[in-house]
Design a binder for this molecule. Structure first.
Ligand code: ATP
Ligand code: MG
Length: 426
C-alpha cells in the first residue's frame, strides 16, 4: 500500500516553495535591519519547559502537545512554540552576560495536536521574534512596528492591528476573580471544557469557539478596567509610541491570547482576507516567563507569525517561482557535448539553465522550454556549430539573433541581468 503523509503534516511542493523563501528572505532582511539576530533552537525539548513556561492550564499544554517518553524514560515534547525554547537558550548560554538586551528571531516548524482544517495544521511554521531584557514600553511599540513593516513588505493588505493590556501578576488576580464570579452565574451555559476552565483558567473562555460560551462571555467584565496604575501607565505609553510612529490600532478588550505567560501588552494582527482562522500573528509581553523557567526576573516581548496563513495571503499576481533563464536546445551527439560544456560554465555563473537529455526533436525541445517558462532558448544546430554560431531566441518577444559561441557566456550574462532587474519585486 502507498504510504501517505500523516494527517495535518504537509509537504510544501517546489511550485509553492518560492513564496516561503520570499517570506523568509524578507523576514531576515527586515528583522536584521531592526537589530535582531537569528537563533536556531532544537525541535525537541523537555516537556517541563513547556508545561512550566506556557502554563499547565492552557490549551496547548492540556491538549495540543506531541509528548512522548524516549528510550531513557525522559518525557520529551515536539516544540509547540518557540518563545520558551528561546528563553531557555538565553538563560542556558547566559546570553544576558554579554548584553542583557537580546533581540532574537527564529524560523521553523512547530507541532500541535489540533483538529486539522484550513489554516490549522499539526505541523506548521512560525517566524518568531523576541526581545529579552527590556520592560520599556518603547520596545513594545518598536516590536509591533517591525511586525507591521514586515507584513507590508511581503505585500499584505487589509490588516488590522488589535491591542490590549492583560495586566500583571499584581492586578490580574483581581480581574480573574471578577471574571470567575461573573461566569459562575452563567456556568450552565458553558461547554464542558469551559466549565473546567472556569476553575483553572477563566480567561481562556474568551477564546472558546462554542456559540453558547461566546454568548455567556459577551458582557463579561473587561481586563482593561481592572489593571493597576503601573500597567495603565505602561499601556498608555505603548499607545503613545504607536501613534507617534503613525500606526493605527484597534483596542480589543476581549483579546486575551492563549498562553499563560503573557502580561501587559498583547496584540494580534488579523486579516479580513482569511476565513475563521483569521489571526496571522499574535504576540505580547511576558514578564513572568523567565521566572517560571529559570527563576530570574527578566522581561520579554515578542510575536509569532503563522507562515501557512501568511503565505496564503500573498498577492496572487506576483511571481515567486524561479524559472530557467535559458534552455539549450541541442541536436545531435556533437552539439549535445558542446551544450554540456556551455551549461557547466553558465551554472558556475549562477545562471539557471536547462537542457534536454534525451536528444528529442527541436519541436519537442521548444515545447519543453515553453513549459518550463525559460526566458531564452539557445538553439545549437549542427550547421551553426560548424560556423561557431548559435541562435538565441527570446521566448517572450520571439525575436532571434545569431551569436558567436565564444560570446555566449557574456551575452547571456548581460541578458539575464536585465531580466533580473525587471523582476526586482520578487
Ligand atoms: P489560534 O487562536 O488561531 O489557535 P494561537 O493563539 O494558538 O492561534 P499562537 O500560539 O499565538 O496562536 O501562534 C501564532 C500564530 O501561529 C497564529 O496567529 C497562527 O497564524 C499560527 N498558528 C497557530 N496554530 C496554528 C496551527 N495549528 N496551524 C497553522 N498555524 C497556526
Ligand atoms: Mg491555538
Amino acid at each position: 500500500m502507498e504510504i501517505k503523509a500523516i494527517r495535518g503534516f504537509n509537504d510544501i511542493l517546489p511550485d509553492e516553495v518560492g513564496k516561503w523563501q520570499f517570506v523568509e528572505e524578507v523576514a531576515r532582511e527586515v528583522f536584521e535591519g531592526f537589530g535582531f539576530s537569528e537563533i536556531r533552537i532544537p525541535i525537541l525539548e523537555r516537556t517541563e519547559l513547556f508545561s512550566r513556561g506556557i502554563g499547565e492550564a492552557t490549551d496547548i499544554v492540556e491538549k495540543e502537545m506531541y509528548t512522548f517518553t524516549d528510550k531513557s524514560g525522559n518525557s520529551l515534547t515536539l516544540r509547540p512554540e518557540a518563545t520558551a525554547s528561546m528563553a531557555r537558550a538565553y538563560l542556558e548560554h547566559q546570553i544576558y552576560s554579554f548584553d542583557p538586551v537580546a533581540k532574537l528571531y527564529c524560523i521553523g516548524p512547530m507541532f500541535r495536536y489540533e483538529r486539522p482544517q484550513k489554516g490549522r495544521y499539526r505541523q506548521f511554521y512560525q517566524i518568531d521574534a523576541e526581545v529579552f531584557g527590556v520592560g520599556n514600553p518603547m520596545v513594545d511599540a518598536e516590536v509591533i512596528l517591525m511586525l507591521i513593516h514586515f507584513l507590508k513588505r511581503v505585500g499584505l493588505e487589509k490588516l488590522e492591528l488589535q491591542i490590549n493590556s492583560l495586566g500583571c501578576r499584581d492586578c490580574r488576580p483581581l480581574y480573574r476573580g471578577e471574571l470567575k464570579k461573573f461566569l459562575t452565574e452563567k456556568s450552565f451555559q458553558l461547554c464542558e471544557d469551559c466549565q473546567r476552565r472556569l476553575h483553572t483558567n477563566p480567561l481562556r473562555i474568551f477564546d472558546c469557539k462554542v456559540e453558547t460560551c461566546k454568548e455567556a462571555i459577551a458582557d463579561a467584565p473587561q481586563v482593561i478596567n481592572f489593571i493597576c496604575n503601573e500597567c495603565q501607565g505602561h499601556f498608555n505609553q505603548v499607545k503613545g509610541y504607536l501613534e507617534a510612529a503613525g500606526l493605527g490600532y484597534v483596542l480589543n478588550p476581549r483579546m486575551v491570547r492563549g498562553l499563560d505567560y503573557y502580561t501587559r501588552t498583547a496584540f494580534e494582527v488579523v486579516s479580513y482576507q482569511l476565513g475563521s482562522q483569521n489571526a496571522v500573528t499574535g504576540g505580547g509581553r511576558y514578564d513572568n516567563l523567565f521566572q517560571e523557567i529559570g527563576g530570574l526576573d527578566i522581561p520579554g516581548i515578542g510575536f509569532a507569525i503563522g507562515m501557512e496563513r501568511l503565505v496564503s495571503l500573498l498577492p496572487k499576481d506576483k511571481a515567486f517561482v524561479r524559472y530557467p533563464h535559458l534552455f539549450i536546445a541541442a541536436m545531435g551527439e556533437e552539439t549535445i557535448k558542446e551544450a554540456y560544456r556551455i551549461i557547466n560554465q553558465l551554472h558556475l555563473q549562477g545562471i539557471r539553465v536547462e537542457l534536454d537529455y534525451e536528444g528529442k526533436s527541436l519541436k519537442s525541445q521548444m515545447r519543453r522550454a515553453d513549459k518550463l517558462k525559460a526566458q531564452y532558448v539557445l538553439i545549437l544546430g549542427r550547421e551553426e556549430l560548424k560556423r561557431g554560431k548559435a541562435i538565441l531566441r527570446n521566448m517572450e518577444s520571439k525575436l532571434q539573433e545569431e551569436i558567436p559561441i565564444s560570446d555566449i557566456l557574456n551575452v547571456v550574462r548581460e541578458k539575464v541581468k536585465g531580466v533580473e532587474q525587471g523582476n526586482r519585486d520578487c
